[in-house]
Design a protein around this ligand. Structure first.
Ligand SMILES: [Zn+2]
Length: 164
């Protein structure tokens, strides 16, 4: 069942609200190309908190296991998510200052008011995933410095070359 997850971000923080639940992988379309099958769910917990000077912040935690596509053998490689991030809400048209950008302990989220929580969760998952997921050992020959060749079609291309 698809659910709409929209909050008024500033009010959510002001009221110290908490939103938690599960999201089906089928509801996170931007992840579909990255997994071997669209099956399973992630658990999330979103909390409105105030910074030490009253800055409006959201703490987002996401956990779950995604069957990512191994970039070497194209099989499933399970990636355990353990996201725990702090996002400071800033006006939709403002840019974080240099000081803010250098603060590693939190990120900035430009938002006018309404916030699509599902899209936010999707964003944070995409940021947390490895660029080139792969098994520690696939059983396929390992290219010593495969850095750039690890894209989804590398294995296919290799196969094609063999067939020609
Ligand atoms: Zn593999």
């Amino acid at each position: 069942m698809s659910q709409q997850l929209e909050i008024d971000a500033y009010r959510f923080v002001r009221e110290s609200r908490l939103l938690e639940g599960f999201l089906d992988l089928s509801e996170l379309p931007r992840l579909h190309d990255l997994v071997t099958k669209v099956l399973g769910k992630v658990e999330y917990r979103l909390q409105g908190v105030l910074g030490e000077r009253g800055q409006p912040r959201l703490r987002l935690e996401v956990s779950g296991v995604l069957p990512l596509v191994c970039q070497r053998c194209l099989g499933a490689v399970d990636e355990a998510l353990a996201i725990d991030c702090l996002l400071e809400l800033i006006a939709a048209d403002s840019e974080p200052t240099q000081d803010e950008l250098e603060n590693d302990s939190l990120d900035f989220l430009p938002v006018a008011g309404a916030l699509d929580v599902k899209a936010l969760i999707e964003d944070e998952i995409l940021l947390a995933l490895p660029v080139a997921p792969r098994h520690a050992a696939c059983g396929l020959p390992v290219d010593a410095d495969a850095g750039e060749q690890l894209h989804p079609f590398a294995a296919l291309a290799a196969l094609k070359t063999k067939l020609n």
